[in-house]
Every structure is written in structure tokens, then in C-alpha cells.
Design a protein around this ligand. Structure first.
Ligand SMILES: Cc1ncc(COP(=O)(O)O)c(C=O)c1O
Length: 388
């Protein structure tokens, strides 16, 4: 057997082989897979904007005007007036000097850590940060210190030992605290008050990736930091493939930092720009998010209803006020059995295994959306009851 064959076999034996499903259509909260219609509790379209008629129309109209793809990187000829307007509108919405669009959240994180965090710098990173942040740290030449999940005491100890603070101001080296805003596989929110206190005290720059918070949380939908009544993080990363229902990502920061990303962010410079129709569609999503209080209310109602009913059923969900509601099952085998039973009952839920999550913490990642009807949530609860 070749090395790869052996490794694939091992993944299979560990129940860790990932498989793609072929989706052939989407209709509100239902997906077609292999000719079967399934209720979708697996994606991140938290507000149901992916199929919103105004978003779809804006995308189609822009494709007529600009073509489908950007045709080149942003610094050659791929940057359109749609991109420029979206960046300005996002900066106004989030309250930052500047915003820069990326083709994906993964790429945004490579650029932020890869260019803003430099040799001699220190990054303090939550252990459960998303893989794209971890990979961004690997790309940077900074020294990375990981602290146990949301453990501000551990973080403070590390800062005490290693942060650069004022003493090194002359060397130009910097410290960064790096965290998901809403943790993507756990659904809990960063401990903002403590993170901001520590960032201030140790003169560190706070970087938050709020991929799962922007649009969904906070009175105005500005994200988990708004919901936590916190100040804006120094650097905010957000993705467009989740609550916005489109694709791509952005970084919001000072004009100076954005200029540096344009100059030195390799995953910005050396890749085709976000497709202009996607930028046009996202502008409409942003308008819907700005006046989306009702959508957020509906989503929160669904989250509360699901949590209450699940608790009454004796299901032990992790604590989460976000649309991400994980049900811990432990072993890969048990998780796959549950996921299969749910699929048999017409329901699709994310089955998350190591290495995405730590060993022994395989889980169903149930995600809720404003477009789920109560009867659909009841169907999910019933299927969960049967799967036990
Ligand atoms: C916290 C976080 N950051 C970044 C990403 C990557 O974003 P994208 O899918 O746009 O690459 C994700 C998930 O996909 C995420 O959960």
C-alpha cells in the first residue's frame, strides 16, 4: 500500500474520513441531496439571506454589467465600484476607518496574521480559535502562545511573562491577542470585557474574528462585541459566507493597517478579487442586516425555543446563545450513528470530528436560522429523541 493509502485507511478505521454530499438544490430551509429533500440544520445562513429575492436579483443584475468573475486580482483590474462601495458601507456600519474585502475568511486571516504580525511580535491565541486563525499564526513569523479556551487567568499569566508592552515600544515589536468572537464549533462568545482589559493593560492589539457574530448579534447586528457592550476590537475580521448569505470576507481596521494589508497581504495581492456580483449582492445583504431587527428576533426566538425543548428532552447542549448549538457525543462512531439516523429521518446536521475539534469531543453542530419554522425545529427534536 502507498503511504497515502495507508493513511486514508487509518482515517477510515478512526471514523474520520470526510465525505462530500452532492447538493442539487436549495429551497428555503430544505436541501436536495441524492434526490432526497432534507431539512437543513447544517449551514451558516443564519438569516436566510442566501436565497433572499433582493440579494439574488442584485447578484444577477451585476453579473450582466460586470460579468461573473472579477477577472484579475484587486490590484490589477479586479477592483470595481461595487467593491469600493461595499467597503465604505461596511466601514460605516461597523464604525471603522477602513474595510478591505477578501475572497474568503481563510484568506483574510492569512493576510492579517501573515503581514500585520511580524518577526519578534507575540501572538496570544485562544486554543479553540478557528483553523484559519491557527494557520495564519503559522504563517506569521511571530511567536505564538496558546491559552486554554476563554481562560483569562491563563492568558494573563502568559501576558505577564511574555507581552512586549511599553518597554519594547522602541523596537517596534507588538503583542496581539487573537480570538474568535463566536467560537465556530462551540457557539460560545469571547470574554470581551476581560480580553479588552488585558489588551489595554498589556498594550496588546486585540484581533477578533467575528465570522459567526456579525449580522446576527447585537442590537444593530454589528456582532458579538456589540452584544457584549464592548468597544470595537482593534482589528475585526468577518466573513460574508454566513449571515450575509454570499461569499468572501473583510477586515475592518485603521487606515494605516488596511494600507499595509493592501501592500503586503499576500493572500490579498496574489489572488483573484471577490466576484463583483457577489460584492453587489452583499451590499443588499448589508442593507437587509441593517434593518434586520425582526430577522434577528426570529432567530433568537428559534434559538430559545430549541434550547428549552432540548433541555426538557434531557439533551445536554453546550452553553451557547448563538445559532451554533452543539450536542456533544464524544466518540466519532457514536456521532456518525446519530448523524445517519437524523439523515434517515430527513434532517441534515453537521457531524464534527477531530481534528476540527479536540479528541473525544465529536459533536453534532446544529445550526439554527431565522427561516426555520417551529414545526421544523419540532421535527429536529423528534428525530433527536429517536436517535438517543
Ligand atoms: C471563525 C471563522 N473564521 C474564518 C472562517 C473561514 O471563512 P471562509 O469560509 O470565508 O473562508 C470560518 C469558517 O468558515 C470561521 O468559522
Amino acid at each position: 500500500m502507498s503511504r497515502i493509502q495507508q493513511q486514508l485507511l487509518k482515517l477510515k478505521q478512526q471514523h474520520r474520513l470526510r465525505q462530500r454530499r452532492v447538493v442539487s438544490g436549495l429551497d428555503g430551509s430544505r436541501l436536495s441531496i441524492n434526490g432526497k429533500s432534507l431539512l437543513n440544520f447544517a449551514d451558516n445562513d443564519y438569516l436566510g439571506l442566501r436565497q433572499h429575492p433582493q440579494v439574488v436579483r442584485a447578484c444577477a443584475e451585476a453579473a450582466q454589467q460586470y460579468g461573473v468573475g472579477a477577472g484579475a486580482s484587486a490590484l490589477i483590474s479586479g477592483y470595481s465600484d461595487q467593491h469600493q462601495a461595499l467597503e465604505q458601507e461596511l466601514a460605516d456600519f461597523l464604525g471603522y476607518q477602513k474595510v478591505l474585502l477578501f475572497s474568503s475568511g481563510y484568506l483574510a486571516n492569512q493576510a492579517v496574521m501573515g503581514s500585520l504580525c511580524q518577526r519578534g511580535d507575540k501572538i496570544f491565541s485562544d486554543q479553540l480559535n478557528h483553523a484559519s486563525l491557527i494557520d495564519g499564526c503559522r504563517l506569521s513569523r511571530a511567536t505564538v502562545h496558546r491559552y486554554s479556551h476563554s481562560d483569562s487567568r491563563k492568558l494573563e499569566n502568559l501576558l505577564l511573562q511574555h507581552a512586549l508592552g511599553k518597554a519594547t515600544a522602541n523596537t517596534g515589536q507588538e503583542s496581539f491577542i487573537l480570538s474568535d468572537g463566536v467560537f465556530s464549533m462551540d457557539g460560545d462568545v469571547a470574554a470581551y470585557t476581560k480580553l479588552q482589559q488585558l489588551a489595554e493593560c498589556y498594550q496588546a492589539c486585540l484581533i477578533i474574528d467575528d465570522a459567526h457574530g456579525v449580522g446576527v448579534m447585537g442590537k444593530h447586528g454589528r456582532g458579538s462585541w456589540e452584544a457584549a457592550n464592548a468597544a470595537q476590537p482593534d482589528i475585526l475580521i468577518g466573513t460574508l459566507g454566513k449571515a450575509f448569505g454570499t461569499q468572501g470576507a473583510y477586515v475592518a481596521a485603521s487606515s494605516e493597517r488596511i494600507e499595509w494589508l493592501i501592500q503586503k497581504g499576500r493572500s490579498y495581492v496574489y489572488t483573484t478579487a471577490l466576484a463583483p456580483p457577489i460584492a453587489a449582492a452583499t451590499r443588499v445583504s448589508l442593507r437587509l442586516i441593517r434593518k434586520g431587527a425582526k430577522l434577528r428576533q426570529q432567530l433568537n426566538k428559534n434559538i430559545t425555543y430549541f434550547r428549552q425543548q432540548a433541555a426538557a428532552q434531557g439533551l445536554q447542549l453546550l452553553y451557547s446563545s448563538s445559532p451554533i448549538q452543539p450536542l456533544m457525543l464524544g466518540s466519532e462512531k457514536r456521532l456518525l450513528d446519530w448523524a445517519e439516523k437524523l439523515q434517515g429521518a430527513g434532517i441534515l446536521v453537521g457531524a464534527i470530528r477531530p481534528p476540527t475539534v479536540p479528541e473525544g469531543t465529536s459533536r453534532l453542530r446544529i445550526t439554527l436560522s431565522a427561516i426555520h419554522q417551529q414545526a421544523e425545529i419540532d421535527q429536529l427534536l423528534e428525530a433527536l429523541k429517536e436517535a438517543v
